[in-house]
Design a protein around this ligand. Sequence first.
Ligand SMILES: CC(C)(COP(=O)(O)OP(=O)(O)OC[C@H]1O[C@@H](n2cnc3c(N)ncnc32)[C@H](O)[C@@H]1OP(=O)(O)O)[C@@H](O)C(=O)NCCC(=O)NCCS
Length: 164
Amino acid sequence: MTLVPLVEDDLPFVRDVYNYFTAHTMVVYYFDPIDVEEVRTFLPVGDPHYHSFIIRTDAGERAGFCFYHPWNTRPAYRISVEITVYLAPGFEGRGLGPQAMDALEEDIRRNGYRNIVAIIDGGNAASAHMVEKCGYRRCGVIRNVAQKNGQLLSSLIYQKELVP
Ligand SMILES: CC(C)(COP(=O)(O)OP(=O)(O)OC[C@H]1O[C@@H](n2cnc3c(N)ncnc32)[C@H](O)[C@@H]1OP(=O)(O)O)[C@@H](O)C(=O)NCCC(=O)NCCS
């Protein structure tokens, strides 16, 4: 597995992965398919401070993407980032997610950040298991904070402090 910097041409792939999980799961909090312009509102491309990557298998397949962006835009929060990792359908369950998390963390450390935050839907057991395995600590639950298809959803908040 390698992380390759994500470029403009990858945005339709990102859109398609989001739209798959929007339609088939509760882990994405959109109701309807999104377009590339919407992807640009949250995924940094070519930003010097916040990076996005394609997750490539050793065979060169585009298996997913991951990125980090500001946890909060107020200046005092500049020491912290929020991460996101998605595998395309068919690439789950073979360890690519945790490997991508570790590689992403290396890039975040190189850029001098102090905290990584991950927000996970309360029903996303695979994702919660993955971040715990990668050393994240659960520091909160916001109960029934979202609603999709009539179902109330809770958000789990995870943190990893990058102290030497
Ligand atoms: C979540 C995701 C990134 C995990 O990556 P992955 O490569 O599939 O992860 P792995 O195969 O290493 O599985 C991680 C661990 O979770 C476990 N796991 C898998 N499904 C599980 C489930 N439903 N409940 C509990 N644990 C589960 C695996 O057994 C594994 O544990 P182990 O390493 O101790 O054996 C990936 O499955 C994915 O992209 N899913 C869809 C999108 C998504 O939910 N993204 C995260 C949004 S916050």
